[in-house]
Design a binder for this molecule. Sequence first.
Ligand SMILES: Nc1nc2c(c(=O)[nH]1)N[C@H]1C(S)=C(S)[C@@H](COP(=O)(O)O)O[C@H]1N2
Ligand SMILES: [Mo]
Length: 323
Amino acid sequence: MHLRFPKDWALPAAAVTPEPLYRLAQRREFLKTLGIGLAGAALLRPSALLAATAGFPAKGNPLYPGTALKPTAEEYVTSFNNFYEFGTDKSEPKDYANKGWKTDPWTVELAGLVNQPAKFDVNELVKKIGGLEERVYRHRCVEAWSMVIPWDGFPLAKLVALAEPKPEAKYVRFVSFNDPAHAVGQKEGNLDYPYVEGLRLDEATHELAFIATGIYGKALPNQNGAPLRLVTPWKYGFKGIKSIVRIEFTAAQPKNTWSVMAPDEYGFYANVNPKVDHPRWSQASERVIGAGLLGGRQATLMFNGYEKQVAALYKGMDLAKNF
Ligand SMILES: Nc1nc2c(c(=O)[nH]1)N[C@H]1C(S)=C(S)[C@@H](COP(=O)(O)O)O[C@H]1N2
Ligand SMILES: [Mo]
């Protein structure tokens, strides 16, 4: 008999599987928010959805049914956020990102060393890419806390392919929005803005690198980086730049916001590594958000549990030096 396995990154070894239950609940909730009963579900077409939600519901990735990661409760994912544009407290983005800041319509630009520079409305982009899929990934912040998030979106590699990078392109630079009139953190100048991030081109085209337009089967809430943000699950969360307006292909390694602000503490690579501590705290373990006060901590995994998939990208590299 032939056994078919999902992608190895979708199936960590220890397997409790709440996924089918979660999926059912998610679908019910989704239909409820649209005011559609189960009977109406069959009639549902992506084109019937509201603006800024093109592609929903995400196609279940057929390779996914076995995922063993238990998603963090949605309530935590959407109310405990890092989004300095809207304040430095974890509770602030949920509030301040929803006071007059508009993420629809939204235009994202592909630029730099490419054959196909372009500007896309996000919904048009999703249609051009061919729809959404779901990925349940671990999310590990450099501040030593973690969640598990069910993202909806598409592989970054598909977007890179659309741009057709020229041979000289070796890196991808991502730029977030700049709107001090509607972003209180930008008005206060709590960081250098716009927020900028970067990846090596081979990191950007790795199958795990993802552009999210949703979580939990719904469009991204503003505080999570609407309408589109980067997700690189083997790297610390700060690489996952939110609310992207520009994706630029470059020959030189881009500067990224946190490594400019504090070069001794945050690097370009930012690969999750329990053996390379932050100068001010250990990275060996992490606080599990939503696990309760006693649910406590767990050991941090090399490359956040994606070592098998991504280690080859860093072969021969000194990971302590290139932190
Ligand atoms: N533009 C922008 N992107 C950002 C940040 C930010 O402050 N501004 N914070 C980063 C950090 S440190 C983390 S941990 C994640 C948090 O994403 P979440 O709030 O969806 O969990 O977003 C990252 N992307
Ligand atoms: Mo973070």
